[in-house]
Design a protein around this ligand. Structure first.
Ligand SMILES: *Cc1c(COP(=O)(O)O)cnc(C)c1O
Length: 392
């Protein structure tokens, strides 16, 4: 069994993918060829956003979004301490300061109530991550940002295709950023990403920043980056889009298979009623994680941990931590365990994984306590007055 089965996906779409790749080899426009514009139009239509700009990765999308907003040294951006490093890293790369707010225990997404306490006169943006495939509470965050006129950037690297109150992830705030890294729900065969916005001025800025701040060839109106997504990768995404809705259904079916066996037995990260998840991950909480993983591995079942160390505990970011202000992130980092997931994980395999997990969590041959306890409550974090965050 594989953690993410990209091979079955390729075999299922092989004719489409090979045909799309061959078309690029035939026309030879490897940079900003016709597939780039075609993909941008398709993704804009799918999300409902006025503009889609493809870029070289999800990380570069975040950097370009911050640059287009003019965020710079001295500015603060409120983000999550419990995610992949890229969001906080992008903030650092433009010279601004990430300010962390703790996450919701039920979803792992940024807790809007705690974001409210972190807003200062220097706050220029809120940067939530739609973790594991489920949109963050975007309307609550938009409502916080609105009176201050600050931007909300959704890191939707894991959630392209998910919905929030009937709207599409990536089209829920000022700017949406996604990634086509191969293992994401919509992946290419290398690096790629995209930016989404309804704002014409930001869209123009992001298009120019993507190509060295060029407005016209060799006319540089601003400082940019080399951040294009190449035509071949756009062609791969175009081919994969044909089956993407089916794949989302299958991911949700696999998640339902897991839910049916696990939800009453173990704490499982929840999907809220007003949104859907594309299940980039299916994540449960276990105690004694190393032991559970070891037992699963012995049963031939691969697992992963997203993410074992919260960002404020990383050496390069530790100076941004404020005391023990992120207890939920810390607790999740200790206990999260992601199970094999993907559109080609059939029900029988999901059931085998679930049964093996329940077995691995039982106090088994090696004795000891049950390996899982109920989920931590958010109460203390929610009512504690905010502690000022060091701004270096
Ligand atoms: C994968 C990921 C990114 C970065 O995307 P790349 O395309 O690998 O640069 C950013 N944020 C989150 C939440 C991710 O999962």
């Amino acid at each position: 069994m594989e953690f993410i089965d990209l091979k079955s996906q390729y075999l299922a779409s092989r004719t489409l993918i090979d045909g799309r790749i061959q078309a690029v080899l035939d026309h030879g426009q490897y940079i900003l060829g016709p597939e780039v514009g075609e993909l941008e139009a398709r993704l804009a239509a799918r999300t409902g956003a006025r503009h889609c700009i493809t870029v070289s990765s999800g990380t570069e999308a975040l950097v370009i979004a911050l640059m287009a907003l003019g965020i710079k040294a001295g500015d603060e951006v409120i983000t999550t301490p419990f995610s992949f490093i890229a969001a906080a890293e992008a903030v650092m790369l433009v010279g601004a300061t990430p300010v962390f707010a703790d996450v919701e225990p039920a979803t792992g997404n940024l807790d809007a109530r705690l974001v409210a306490e972190r807003i200062t006169p220097r706050t220029r943006a809120i940067l939530p991550v739609s973790l594991y495939g489920q949109p963050a509470d975007m309307d609550a965050l938009n409502a916080l940002a609105e009176p201050y006129g600050i931007a909300v950037i959704e890191d939707a690297a894991q959630s392209f295709g998910a919905t929030y109150r009937g709207r599409q992830s990536c089209h829920l705030s000022t700017i949406g950023c996604t990634s086509f890294f191969p293992s994401k729900p919509l992946g290419c065969y290398g690096d790629g990403g995209a930016l989404f916005t309804d704002d014409d001025v930001l869209a123009q800025a992001m298009r120019e920043i993507r190509v060295h701040g060029q407005s016209h060839r060799y006319v540089h109106t601003r400082v940019g980056v080399g951040g294009r997504m190449d035509t071949l990768q756009c062609a791969v995404v175009l081919a994969k889009l044909e089956r993407f809705d089916w794949e989302i259904e299958q991911r949700q079916r696999a998640a339902a298979d897991y839910d049916a066996l696990l939800r009453r037995q173990l704490p499982v990260l929840a999907v809220r009623n007003d949104r859907s998840s594309v299940h980039a991950q299916y994540t449960v909480l276990v105690d004694e994680r190393a032991r559970v993983r070891g037992r699963l591995s012995a049963a031939g079942i691969p697992t992963a941990v997203h993410y074992p160390v919260p960002i404020h505990r990383q050496a390069a970011y530790a100076h941004l931590a404020s005391g023990d202000a992120y207890p939920v992130a810390e607790g999740l980092a200790r206990r999260v365990l992601s199970l094999p997931m993907g559109p080609f994980l059939d029900s029988a395999s999901a059931q085998r994984v679930a049964m093996a997990l329940l077995d691995a969590c039982r106090p088994g041959a090696d004795g000891g306590q049950p390996l899982s306890t109920p989920m931590a409550r958010p109460a203390p974090a929610a009512t504690t007055p905010s502690t000022p965050v060091a701004t270096s």
